[in-house]
Design a binder for this molecule. Structure first.
Ligand code: SF4
Length: 234
């Protein structure tokens, strides 16, 4: 279970690791806060985040005129963007951010090259430590994500990672942010509700099913906007 004590611990650790952190009880309250943090003329870096999709933030940003929300095409040289709005796969109790990525676009902006990073994080992304973060992402989250992206990776069929050689492999790059990258404007908005894809198999089934069913609903919409392979199967 995620406890209030876990949340207090994570907020304190993230601040000690030099991140700007705001905690909100309700996920819906993150919407006006994030819109305020992003200038109306800012170009955004698009990276897959179910947490962002779940709150309808892409549509709201598009409606008010922000640009750059299209997914990059293979071979496209990314131009420098103003803001990356994304989530993280896991955040440890001692304030480290852990991410696995297929192409690298999602994690690259968290490290360098984007002026401002805003990370939207649900309480369900909190893990005990780095070992639990990697275990959860590779053995639980990536197989589930691969299955509903319609990828032909072994994990999409078996539900378990076997460190595959598939051309559709979605975990080619692992990043750990131990501390905030020094020159970056980096804000983490942690919410006291479940958001995006992340759970511990030991949690009550009802909680896991709620996270999964919300994800399944949102992934359909996300898939419809993806360019052709290699992002998705034919
Ligand atoms: S390495 Fe391959 S099998 Fe393992 S989680 Fe990633 S895509 Fe799935």
């Amino acid at each position: 279970m995620t406890t209030k004590e876990d949340i207090r611990t994570v907020v304190k650790a993230l601040k000690a690791n030099n991140f700007n952190v705001q905690y909100l009880d309700k996920a819906k309250d993150a919407v006006p806060l994030i819109l305020d943090l992003i200038p109306r003329d800012a170009t955004l870096e698009m990276a897959g985040s179910m947490s962002v999709v779940q709150l309808g933030l892409q549509e709201k940003l598009k409606e008010r005129g922000n640009t750059g929300l299209e997914f990059p095409r293979p071979g496209e040289v990314p131009s420098r963007k103003d803001v990356l709005l994304v989530s993280t796969n896991a955040v440890t109790l001692d304030g480290k951010l852990v991410n696995l990525d297929g192409m690298g676009n999602r994690v690259a902006g968290m490290i360098y090259g984007v002026k401002k990073v805003i990370l939207l994080v649900g309480q369900n992304k909190i893990v005990r430590d780095l070992d639990e973060a990697l275990e959860r992402v590779k053995m639980v989250i990536a197989p589930y994500h691969a299955k509903y992206l319609g990828l032909k990776t072994p994990c999409a069929y078996t539900g378990e990672c076997n460190d595959c050689d598939s051309p559709m492999r979605i975990c080619n790059i692992t990043t750990i942010l131990w501390k905030k990258p020094p020159m970056m404007d980096f804000t983490i908005i942690l919410v006291g509700e479940d958001l995006g894809l992340g759970w511990d198999p030991a949690w009550p089934q009802e909680r896991i099913e709620k996270i999964q069913s919300t994800y399944r609903k949102e992934i359909q919409e996300f898939m419809a906007k993806l360019p052709p392979p290699p992002y998705r199967s034919k």
